[in-house]
Design a protein around this ligand. Structure first.
Ligand code: FES
Length: 333
């Protein structure tokens, strides 16, 4: 339906227009009204808000992310909820100081590179018709030929060519069915973004730990380039976890980057192989290297299991949740 409703966000009193077929989160982010969100697919619960007045269709909210009792009390997940009347919601709209918010927009582009960078991982570069601004660490939604969307972190610097790292997922609609099948250089694609609150906090000047599992490397590559472009004054250590040496990718790029930036160290963490005489998953190597991690700020990106285990290792080393920024992969098949 093309019906349009008014959504009022309290306590700031912002009023935005939202179509009946549009999610409240989408309408807000496109108007530049920031609301907390991570997965944009109804599974993480980050966008949970209270409905004060009016009616929302709760959409495809996961029963784990939005409990029956919370529904009964009028809560909604704004990334999947659509208005059925004018509504008033209570949302927390604060974002950290010094972070610029870039409204979500649609971008058209053309594939300029599609490279196999390791077994089951492709690097996709897309030249956009206009540059996309974003905070390093954020992601875009890539539209598949079937009209579905899949989230991919932006691995480059803001500009008119974006870089995405795509991990193959057996029988995945977007991967086996498209990116690993018939997508080719020269094809037209479209994305929307930027999304997410996993991004570099430039105001924090503590030494940085970047913990990446698999293609969780993508946002870290963006963060590293951003730090380099603004003149980094803190120590930065990146752990990249993959099973074997052959699964490492961007390896030469990272070694070159480490050689030309003395503030940066790169530590591959291999679970089924060794590198520099060491074997072990990222949480294990981090625990060995940092019996105390207090005084650092950490950024974690990978599978839910990777993020949970890394989080545990850091908290054991006395790093607090406020010093840890994290992004769990959700289904990008
Ligand atoms: Fe809405 Fe994850 S549940 S952002």
């Amino acid at each position: 339906s093309d019906e349009t409703y008014t959504v009022t966000i309290e306590p700031i009193g912002a009023e935005i227009k939202c179509r009946a077929d549009q999610t409240v989160l989408d309408a807000c982010l496109r108007e530049g009204v920031w609301l907390p969100h991570a997965c944009t697919h109804g599974t993480c619960g980050t966008c949970k808000a209270q409905v004060l007045e009016g009616e929302l269709d709760l959409g495809d909210a996961s029963p784990y992310a939005l409990l029956e009792s919370e529904r009964d009390e009028g809560a909604a997940l704004l990334c999947v909820a659509k208005p059925r009347s004018d509504v008033t919601i209570e949302g927390e709209v604060d974002v950290d100081d010094g972070v610029e918010i870039h409204p979500v927009r649609d971008y058209a582009g053309r594939v300029v590179e599609l490279a196999e960078v390791s077994a089951g991982v492709r690097r996709l570069r897309v030249a956009l018709t206009s540059p996309i601004p974003f905070n390093p660490g954020q992601y875009v939604l890539l539209r598949t030929p079937d009209g579905e969307t899949r989230p991919y972190s932006l691995a480059g610097l803001p500009g008119d060519t974006i870089e995405l790292h795509v991990k193959r997922s057996a029988d995945g609609l977007a991967t086996d069915g498209w990116i690993f099948k018939d997508l080719a250089v020269g094809d037209d694609v479209s994305v929307s973004g930027p999304y997410g609150q996993f991004f570099l906090r430039p105001a924090r000047d503590e030494p940085v730990l970047l913990l990446a599992g698999g293609t969780g490397l993508a946002p870290m590559k963006a963060i590293l380039q951003s730090l380099a472009s603004t003149g980094c004054s803190r120590q930065v250590v990146l752990y990249h976890g993959v099973p074997t040496v052959d699964d490492l990718y961007e390896h030469e790029w990272l070694e070159r980057f480490a050689a030309s930036h003395q503030w940066f160290s790169y530590r591959p963490a291999l679970s089924r192989d060794s590198f520099d005489g060491r074997t072990g998953r990222v949480p294990v190597l981090v625990a060995e290297d940092y019996p105390r991690a207090a005084g650092h700020v950490a950024y974690l990106c990978g599978s839910p299991e990777f993020v949970a285990d890394s989080m545990k290792a850091l908290m054991k080393a006395r790093l607090f949740p406020r010093d840890i920024y994290r992004e769990d992969f959700f289904d990008s098949a």
